[in-house]
Design a protein around this ligand. Sequence first.
Ligand SMILES: [Zn+2]
Length: 287
Amino acid sequence: MEQWLIDNQVWCRLGCFIVAFSLLACFETFYAWRPWVTSRYLRIVRHLSLNIFSKILLRALFPFFAVSFAVNFQHKSMGVLHHPDWPYAVRIILAFILLDFIMYLQHRILHKYQFLWRIHRIHHMDKELDVSTSLRFHPLEEIYSMGVKIMGIAFLGALPLSVLLYEIMYNLIVMFAHVNIQFKFKNDRFLRKLIITPGMHRIHHSVYLPETNSNYGFVLSWWDKLLGTYTLVCTSGERNLALGLEEYQDKKFQTFENMLLLPFNFKQLRLKPKKKRKLKFGIEKNQ
Ligand SMILES: [Zn+2]
């Protein structure tokens, strides 16, 4: 069974994606948290086009999948989890958890450094949230994330089944976390004990920067809670939560070509609120 899953990993992942995306999009039709301002059809076409373009570039640079890399790498008998005497299930679970921690860290790094924020902000520029937002990543971000993931797999010596399970869960939870559905707060909090929920991830898409720079997790909600980046509720209240980035509210930033080209626009974008700096002559100036 395991070998069959690994041999057919592309179809397993694609099948899970199509089924989950379609189901979540259907649920959004009936239980939408907010009505859409932009046409849903247009959003899906734009975000799917960006995703397909990113995947084509990714395959050109990494002509293998993360699971295929793990299959080849396991023959090197390397990595901190390479202990054949440990129970197989323990190695699978540990690799899954630690891969998620590595993805959490890479997300924090995307927010920390300006040149990486330039590419990640394409995802944050979405003024609405729905399942299609989970497809909205710049090709350079996909390449960066894949590079980090490959290094993580090598560092851990993660087993191929761990990587496959993580890849599937990652895609499912990322789609779920962006969905335009409101759960009762007590149910959302209950799910948050383990996984990232729409209520938790929505705060990460707030225009208020201290909230944007929190709730970085992808699959497990533990890392934010353990490392002090967890925001339980947004200050504005969910009903009034403004999404996107303050500087990019114009609808022209939502087009396919602008999503692709914006990282190459050298207009400075600050992640932190401007600090006031005192000059020699006692005049205050914004930095
Ligand atoms: Zn982010």
